[in-house]
Design a protein. Structure first.
Length: 251
């Protein structure tokens, strides 16, 4: 799960920067996100999207300029990703797969190309039996950008630029905490590049794939390495071919 170290960095070095630059942003509420780890995670696969598509109740950008407000909002987001009442925080993916079990949300993960593609990778790589509802609990899920519009959609160029340094640092922290053997970015290289340049500067493109846009290695210590695969976002793609490309790139 997200650590208190990540929460505190979010509160002290990322949210206040957004708040201090509120005049560059539309007057619309923003939501936040921190990494989420399933209870059955065993260092096999960490998946990363571009930004969360709606999450907790939002806050106006200008409110984050206050250290107190930033700290309180970071705690709210932290509580949202660590799981409530002992439940696995990643269980929501299965709960919302067919008919949303959460009456407060109408989000259906089965209709999401993002989650269908991840389920395909989990199945084909043998990480978990995806016929069982616990399959998402074997994952860590994060996003490149930790602050996004409350109503959904990706952050604007201005919001991305404002939070980029802090987001690079947080992703780096996450990778070294979770030590995934496989790190899958479902973002496209255009979104991932500024992160890779800092975290995995040895990344390379490979024309052998249709949907995999970059591959890299992150060496943590002798014998402990993360294989990084950056794939095009699966929306609108042939999902079977997309999954096969990703599996081949990880081999």
């Amino acid at each position: 799960m997200a650590t208190t170290q990540q929460r505190d960095y979010f509160a002290e070095h990322l949210l206040p920067v957004v708040g201090r630059n509120a005049e560059q942003l539309p007057k619309q509420k923003l939501t936040g996100f921190l990494s989420m780890a399933g209870h059955l995670y065993k260092n096999e696969l960490m998946v990363v999207g571009r930004a969360v598509n709606g999450w907790e109740e939002g806050v106006m950008p200008s409110d984050l300029a206050s250290a107190r407000s930033a700290k309180d909002y970071a705690e709210k987001i932290f509580q949202s990703v660590i799981g409530r009442n002992g439940q696995c925080p990643m269980a929501w993916v299965s709960d919302c797969w067919a008919n949303p079990a959460n009456p407060e949300s109408d989000y259906n993960t089965r209709r999401s190309a993002f989650w269908r593609a991840i389920r395909g990778v989990v199945s084909k790589s043998g990480i978990a039996n995806t016929d069982e509802g616990t399959w998402p609990s074997h994952l860590v899920w994060s996003n490149l950008y930790k602050v996004a519009p409350e109503d959904g959609g990706n952050p604007s160029n201005a919001l991305c630029e404002i939070q980029l340094p802090g987001c690079i640092s947080l992703l780096q922290q996450e990778i070294y905490i979770y030590l995934p053997r496989r790190l899958l970015l479902l973002t496209g290289l255009d979104w991932a590049k500024p992160f890779l340049e800092n975290i995995a500067p040895n990344f390379r493109s490979d024309s052998a794939y249709n949907y995999v846009e970059a591959i890299a290695q992150i060496a943590h210590s002798p014998g402990c390495t993360s294989k990084v695969v950056v794939a095009a976002h699966p929306q609108g793609r042939n999902e079977g071919d997309w999954v096969q490309d990703v599996i081949k790139a990880f081999e």
